[in-house]
Design a protein around this ligand. Structure first.
Ligand SMILES: [Zn+2]
Ligand SMILES: [Zn+2]
Length: 270
C-alpha cells in the first residue's frame, strides 16, 4: 500500500488536500503518475461526495502488471469516466461498456483515483495511449468532454453530408463545433449571446444563430436548407425544445448531452 496526495471535494463544498492510497498491482493493472487533468462540470456535482475530483486525467505510466500487453512504462496515457466493465455481456460486446451492469464509474469506485491525485491504478483495457505530438494539456479535456461530444458522431452515424447544430458554446460546445467541422459537416452554432458569434466561428461554426433576438422574432430558420439533421445540445439546463424541434429537417434528431434535473417537456408530437 502506497500513499499519495489527492485533492478531494469536502462536504462543505470546498476542495482540500488529502491522502490517497494505492495497493499492489494485479497482472493486468497499470500504475500511472498523473500529470494533467481537465475540469468538468460533473466535478461540481460530486464536490460534496468526498472523492478525489477530476475525471479528465493524463498521466505517465510508471509500472505495469505481468500480463499487460498494450501499455508500457513511459507511455503517456489517459483514462475516461468508466474504469471497468465485465467485458462479457451483450452491452460490452456491442461496445457500450458504460451500460454494463458491472460498470465501474467515476464517483462510485476508485474514489482515490481522480485526476486531482498523484497516482491511479486501472485495468489496461480502460487506459489508452495519447497520440504522439498531442500536448497533454490539450489531451486532458478530451477524456470526458471530448469523448462526450465525439460519441454521437459514431453512435448516431453522423456523416459529412449532414448539417449539425450545436447549442451552447461552453466546455462541451466549443469541442463539439471543432469535431463537427473537422468531420466535414455543415456546422451551425446556437447561442443566446451576440457576443459569442465570433468565438463560435473561430471554433468551426459556418454560421451562428442568436436565439435571443433584439427584434423578438423566432430564431427558427425559415428555409429548410438552413435546418439541421442533428442538433447537439451541450448546455446543462432546459432549452426551448419546441423551437429546436422546429429547427430540424425531416427525420432530424436532437442529442441532449448536458445533465439537467428538470423535466423534459415538449408539445411536438409530429
Ligand atoms: Zn465530465
Ligand atoms: Zn458487461
Amino acid at each position: 500500500m502506497t500513499e499519495f496526495t489527492a485533492f478531494r471535494g469536502e462536504h462543505d463544498g470546498t476542495v482540500k488536500q488529502s491522502v490517497g492510497r494505492v495497493d499492489n498491482l494485479g497482472n493486468k493493472d497499470v500504475l500511472m503518475k498523473l500529470t494533467h487533468a481537465g475540469l468538468c462540470f460533473t466535478d461540481v456535482h460530486y464536490i460534496e461526495a468526498g472523492i478525489a475530483l477530476g475525471h479528465e486525467p493524463v498521466a505517465k505510466v510508471v509500472q505495469v502488471g505481468n500480463d499487460v500487453r498494450h501499455i508500457a512504462v513511459g507511455d503517456t496515457v489517459g483514462y475516461g469516466y468508466n474504469h471497468g466493465a465485465c467485458d462479457d455481456c451483450d452491452e460490452c460486446r456491442l461496445g457500450n461498456d458504460t451500460l454494463c451492469n458491472e460498470r465501474r464509474m467515476y464517483g462510485e469506485v476508485d474514489t482515490d483515483f481522480g485526476g486531482f491525485g498523484e497516482y491511479a491504478k486501472l485495468h489496461e483495457r480502460f487506459v489508452h495511449k495519447i497520440p504522439e505530438g498531442m500536448a497533454p494539456e490539450h489531451a486532458a479535456p478530451l477524456q470526458c468532454a471530448g469523448a462526450t461530444v465525439f460519441a454521437p458522431f459514431l453512435k448516431h452515424d453522423i456523416k459529412p453530408i449532414h448539417r449539425v447544430g450545436v447549442i451552447g458554446i461552453g466546455g462541451l460546445g466549443h469541442l463539439a463545433l471543432q469535431v463537427a467541422n473537422k468531420w466535414g459537416c455543415s456546422v451551425g452554432a446556437f447561442t443566446t449571446s451576440e457576443n459569442k458569434v465570433a468565438e463560435a466561428k473561430s471554433f468551426g461554426a459556418h454560421d451562428v444563430i442568436v436565439t435571443k433576438r433584439a427584434d423578438g422574432k423566432s430564431f427558427v430558420p425559415e428555409n429548410d436548407a438552413d435546418k439541421f439533421d442533428f442538433i447537439i445540445c451541450s448546455v446543462s439546463s432546459q432549452v426551448p425544445w419546441d423551437d429546436y424541434f422546429d429547427c430540424l429537417r425531416p427525420r432530424g434528431q436532437i442529442i441532449p448531452l448536458g445533465v439537467d434535473f428538470g423535466k423534459f417537456e415538449t408539445n411536438r408530437y409530429f
